[in-house]
Design a protein around this ligand. Structure first.
Ligand SMILES: Nc1ncnc2c1ncn2[C@@H]1O[C@H](COP(=O)(O)OP(=O)(O)OP(=O)(O)O)[C@@H](O)[C@H]1O
Ligand SMILES: [Mg+2]
Length: 251
């Protein structure tokens, strides 16, 4: 298993946003997390990406206990994410955005930065090449020099994914990639997620859009009020009375 959550728990005061969740993600898979609003999905991601300290429980990544690592350390080990609300640099070009994503994960260190060594120049060259390659991969070659804020919603989603994959993570956490885009564009994003997974990146996907989860994921976990209420194949999830009740109960 690439990722394991063991009795993972996060409390905000009296509210238990993630409640003793046991869950494992197989390397090479596309796995889904669904659940009503406020179920704890994003909080689960915040724990895995180490943006929030856990209240109790453990997180294992590639067999190692990473429960108390700093966010940049877990990023270095190969965990990348996108956010529910896109967090791009609006006044920078698409290319510059991807370069920021790349540098954050591959900076050559203080010494290189000070002496502007040959290695730094070489890395700059390489960074540009990788950034262009990544923009091509997500279908944004023609938009490389456009400002991020001038891109369409759907292009911004693609750009956010480019930023997340530019440093070749092992695990990619996607928080509702289809939010705010139409059905046609969603099909494009589904294809992109499949393409990312085909390169060997393991994908963990939070998504409200059932069509997307059911199509992409071999396994799905369902959260409700912080608790895991189901865990199985799309077929099993679709026919699970507890899942149906959780969704109907919230409407
Ligand atoms: N930093 C925080 N401080 C206090 N409460 C929080 C914090 N983050 C989340 N919560 C609460 O924890 C619960 C789970 O929130 P979370 O954002 O994880 O849900 P979600 O499943 O991602 O929902 P959505 O589908 O709306 O994105 C909610 O009740 C939320 O209000
Ligand atoms: Mg959320």
């Amino acid at each position: 298993m690439l990722l394991e959550a063991l009795r993972l728990r996060k409390a905000f005061g009296g509210l238990c946003a993630v409640d003793e969740v046991d869950f494992a993600v197989e390397a090479g898979s596309i796995t889904g997390i669904i659940g009503p609003n406020g179920a704890g999905k994003t909080t689960f991601f915040n724990l895995i990406s180490r943006a929030l300290p856990v209240t109790s429980g453990r997180i294992m990544f590639d067999g190692e206990d990473v429960t108390n690592l700093q966010p940049h350390h877990i990023a270095r080990r190969g965990v990348a994410r996108t956010f529910q609300a896109t967090t791009l640099f609006g006044d920078a070009t698409a290319l510059e955005n991807v370069l920021v994503g790349y540098r954050q994960r591959t900076s050559s260190g203080v010494w290189d930065a000070l002496v502007r060594s040959a290695r730094l120049a070489r890395e700059e060259h390489e960074a540009h090449a990788v950034a262009h390659e990544t923009l091509a991969f997500v279908g944004l070659t023609d938009s490389a020099e456009r400002l991020a804020r001038d891109l369409t919603q759907e292009q911004q989603k693609r750009l956010a994914m480019a930023l997340a994959i530019v440093a070749r993570p092992r695990l990619l956490l996607l928080d509702e990639p289809s939010a705010g885009i139409n059905a046609d564009q969603t099909r494009g994003l589904i294809a992109l997620v499949e393409k990312i997974a085909a390169t060997g990146i393991t994908v963990l996907l939070i998504e409200h859009q059932m069509q997307m989860v059911m199509h992409l994921c071999r396994r799905i976990m369902v959260l409700d009020y912080g608790k895991k209420i189901a865990d199985g194949t799309p077929e099993e999830i679709r026919n699970d009375p507890a899942v149906l009740e959780a969704y109907l109960g919230h409407k």
